[in-house]
Design a protein around this ligand. Structure first.
Ligand code: ADP
Ligand code: MG
Length: 412
């Protein structure tokens, strides 16, 4: 009997013993180890175990039975299995773009993985004005490879259906369905967290716009019913590590078979927060242009690589027909812009906020910034199927910034 034969939530002191018991060959038997809990997420506990003498280290991530943010919200610990398996699958489809998984343990709901502490999380790095010239190239490669290769146009159908089954993830999907794709438009569970000076604007522009709500209903239905690809499910800039050498994507515990556009849209949407933050807090024109460029390239490289990979991977003659190919690829990009819009809006009015918004405490900056982001989100949702591309969406945001629609809004 080991102490780790029954689930319990580990404290720092337990984790060294855990690593020695479960990964006996990772460190030398005499190694002196130190441990620190470094998690900053809402759901899980992340421990870094390091041997100071050699610098060798390992990450242990354990799923709790309830959310860190709310003891009342219970979520299945199966998400840790899903996360570990997805990272292993993605390492095959997009080699080098995710951390190595050393093992996972369905009893303790914990996995051990490569320590990426020599990388920075994109969200914080962008706030510090750091730029990563490889970002658009690498994130588009990651998305196209992990997404298109797991679809019916590229994969054996029975194998795909077995994957759909293995990665059914109802509880985590419900979080997205409620918090991203419902509540920002009606606050039905009173969980929105609206910056008070913008409350009237939110009521008119989000809660009372029936055309917008119809569009969001369709987008939500797509999320729930389009088992298109094995998606990451939470691909925001806090799930992407980057350094000069490239990127590593972590934290796919929301993964399931859903629309590819959800991942692509999350990446695009989150990049806009960095730009908005710089635009309203006196960021230099140079930083803003660099962010704009990153957004354009991310949109366009993703669309280009999707098309190129499609031509390489797809062999079934009916799917190779030019009109089908165009409809499929256009559909993915339309979804992507729609989900970019829903991501932007939910981070502004929902409870799960981003630092790019919350760190702006001066209402004279925060109010117009939030309005501008909401305007952009609405534009993306309503115009998602209008053949958008990197230039169109960045020019739209430039227009919103310049015309001060964020300042004066349609609602005064
Ligand atoms: P959650 O599922 O709770 O959101 P994350 O997987 O996002 O947890 O991890 C929380 C934090 O722990 C990350 O923001 C990052 O700072 C740190 N972290 C997670 N995985 C690693 C890793 N492999 N290497 C280094 N730090 C990590
Ligand atoms: Mg996270």
């Amino acid at each position: 009997m080991s102490r780790f034969d029954t689930y319990f939530l580990m404290k720092e002191a337990d984790v060294i013993e855990y690593v020695k018991a479960k990964y006996p060959d990772f460190f030398a038997p005499e190694a002196v180890l130190t441990v620190k809990e470094i998690g900053d997420g809402n759901l899980n506990y992340v421990f870094r175990v390091i041997e100071e003498a050699t610098g060798k280290s390992i990450i242990v991530k354990q799923a709790g039975v309830s959310l860190r943010i709310s003891a009342e919200m219970k979520v299945s610990t199966d998400r840790n299995r899903i996360e570990s398996e997805i990272l292993q699958i993605q390492d095959k489809y997009a080699p080098g773009l995710v951390p190595k998984i050393y093992g996972y343990d369905t009893v303790m709901c914990a996995c051990a993985m490569e320590d990426l502490s020599d990388h920075a999380l994109m969200r914080y790095a962008l706030m510090r004005h750091e730029t990563f010239p490889r970002f658009a190239e690498d994130i588009s490669t990651y998305m196209v490879n992990t997404l298109l290769k797991t679809t019916d146009v590229a994969m054996e159908h029975k194998e795909k259906k077995a994957m759909v089954k293995s990665f059914i993830n109802p509880e985590l999907c419900e979080i997205t369905e409620d918090l991203v794709l419902t509540e920002p438009y009606n606050d039905c569970n009173h969980r929105n967290n609206v910056f008070p000076p913008i409350a009237d604007f939110v009521k008119k522009e989000l809660y009372e716009d029936e055309a917008l709500k119809l569009a969001v209903a369709k987008i939500k239905f797509e999320f729930m019913n389009n088992a298109q690809a094995l998606i990451h499910g939470d691909l925001h800039s806090g799930s992407i590590f980057a350094n000069e050498q490239g990127i590593k994507v972590i934290d796919p515990e929301f993964a399931f078979y859903g629309p590819m556009g959800y991942d692509i849209g999350n990446v695009i949407g989150n990049l806009f927060f960095a730009w908005a933050n710089k635009a309203y807090t006196g960021g230099s024109a140079e930083t803003q242009t660099a962010l704009e460029q990153t957004i354009r390239e991310t949109c366009d490289k993703t669309a280009e690589k999707l098309a190129a990979e499609y031509d390489k991977l797809v062999t079934f003659p009916l799917y190779r027909a030019p009109a089908f190919r165009k409809a499929y690829l256009d559909g993915v990009m339309a979804d992507s812009y729609g989900y970019a819009g829903t991501e932007i809006i939910r981070r502004v009015v929902g409870d799960s906020k981003v630092i790019e918004v919350t760190s702006v405490t001066d209402p004279a900056q925060r109010l117009p910034m939030e309005r501008a982001l909401i305007d952009l989100g609405i534009y993306l949702i309503k115009n998602r199927a209008g053949g958008l591309n990197g230039a169109a969406v960045t020019e739209e945001f430039r227009k919103i910034l310049a015309e001060g629609r964020g300042t004066h809004g349609q609602n005064g």
